[in-house]
Write a protein that binds this ligand. Structure first.
Ligand SMILES: *Cc1c(COP(=O)(O)O)cnc(C)c1O
Length: 392
């Protein structure tokens, strides 16, 4: 049998056009493959897109999260809180800094950190002297958490807020873009190939705080500064540079920055197509025993993920739907195995049952294919296959 759609269909895929390729080729033909002018050009373009004062580009979102924590001086004796419904990196960065991790359970409607639960946990922590130094809310699937509520809690309990916006490039919250840091100290984005825009591997920190920005630039590059105004040596020679902290090599290359800048010019269109795909699924799957995660009215989503939740698990299980789709050439995915259930975190003392809503989410969710080059034929095939699963 021949088919007019392309199989298999992954849950996510990069969209690279000819102008992306030309931009990378031109960077490769230039004098600088790294530490040239293209990284700053990308940083300026990103800042102007999200509306932040500063953008610091890195070689991954994981390194972006790491230097964000270093800039906040997260260290031994401190605690970082995040959502269990995230990629492991949001939690691991605390351990890179020798701090401790704890989690706050999620809201099942959105998959975001549950702010009521956060409030209760903060009250309790305040009484016991165990308040976090840093909170990392995760903009799961591409819609924003309710940041103004989170930010007012941070003022009351005196902790820093770092948005993990790895999913949310191109999303907005109230009247600003995610990344404007109107209600946080820093925001982190991922430029990994499966995310909304890509540089292959890459990441971004945005902030409006110039002293944090100074630290971020240094931590990205060995803790070294080449800025004469920051030198501790008086009358330095022209080749002088100084290491002030223990930093890393977390730099993005110029040819990656060229790709990222060109991808950014496609972002509005990418999000528009992703939104149309979400609306299509929403409409076509309406009468089945499943539902898509809700996008609250205070945010517009970038739809990095379209997450379906199964509602009658004893009749229609996650693994049966997953396998049925896979047999038919559709590769869905589970986002996420709760971080605290990873063997590494179980060994650290977390237990099944610690965050029951995140665990329920992980048992009942599947991420459906969503990416700009998904064709109408593929989309209607996916919807037909899901309908067949429920009616077969
Ligand atoms: C992808 C992702 C990361 C890590 O991004 P990298 O660029 O691969 O390091 C961190 N947090 C979340 C929520 C992610 O989805």
């Amino acid at each position: 049998m021949t088919t007019d759609y392309f199989l298999p269909i992954p849950y996510g895929q990069q969209t690279i056009s000819d102008d992306d390729i030309l931009a990378v080729v031109s960077a490769l033909r230039s004098s600088h493959l790294t530490q040239g002018p293209l990284v700053s050009l990308f940083e300026e373009a990103f800042s102007s897109y999200v509306g932040s004062k500063f953008t610091i580009a890195t070689n991954s979102a994981t390194s972006a999260l790491h230097i964000a924590c270093l800039a906040l001086e997260l260290g031994l004796g401190d605690t970082l809180w995040t959502s269990p419904n995230t990629f492991v990196a949001s939690a691991n960065v605390a351990l890179y800094c020798r701090a401790q991790v704890d989690f706050v359970d999620i809201d099942l409607e959105t998959g975001h950190i549950d702010i009521d639960a956060l409030e209760v946990k903060l009250e309790h922590a305040a009484l016991h002297g165990t308040l976090p130094k840093v909170l990392i809310p995760v903009h799961y699937s591409g819609s924003s958490c309710d940041m103004s509520r989170i930010f007012s809690l941070s003022l009351k309990y005196n902790f820093f807020v770092v948005e993990d916006a790895s999913h949310a490039t191109g999303a907005s919250y109230l009247d600003s873009r995610v990344g404007s840091c109107k209600y946080s100290h820093m925001s982190i984005f991922s430029l990994h190939a499966v995310k909304v825009i890509t540089s292959g591997e890459g990441g971004v920190v945005t902030t409006n705080d110039s002293s944090l920005a100074t630290m971020l630039y240094k931590y990205r590059s060995h803790g070294i500064t080449k800025q004469a105004t920051e030198f501790l040596t008086s009358d330095p020679p022209p080749w002088h540079y100084e290491q002030h902290h223990l930093g890393y090599n977390y730099r993005l290359t110029d040819f990656q920055a060229a790709l990222a800048t060109n991808q950014l010019s496609h972002l509005t269109k990418f999000v528009e197509v992703r939104t149309n795909i979400y609306n299509y699924y929403q409409q076509k799957l309406a009468n089945l025993p499943c539902q898509l995660l809700t996008v609250p009215s205070y945010t517009s989503s970038s739809f990095h993920l379209v997450v379906l939740r199964l509602l009658e698990l004893d009749r229609y299980s996650q693994i049966n739907l997953y396998n049925y789709l896979r047999t038919n050439g559709i590769y869905s995915q589970v986002h996420y195995i709760p971080v605290h259930l990873q063997p590494f975190y179980l060994k650290a003392g977390f237990k099944p049952g610690d965050f029951p809503r995140a665990e329920h989410h992980a048992r009942s969710c599947l991420s459906l294919p969503v990416f700009p080059t998904l064709t109408e034929v593929q989309l209607s095939y996916i919807v037909r296959t899901i309908c067949n699963f429920f009616t077969k």
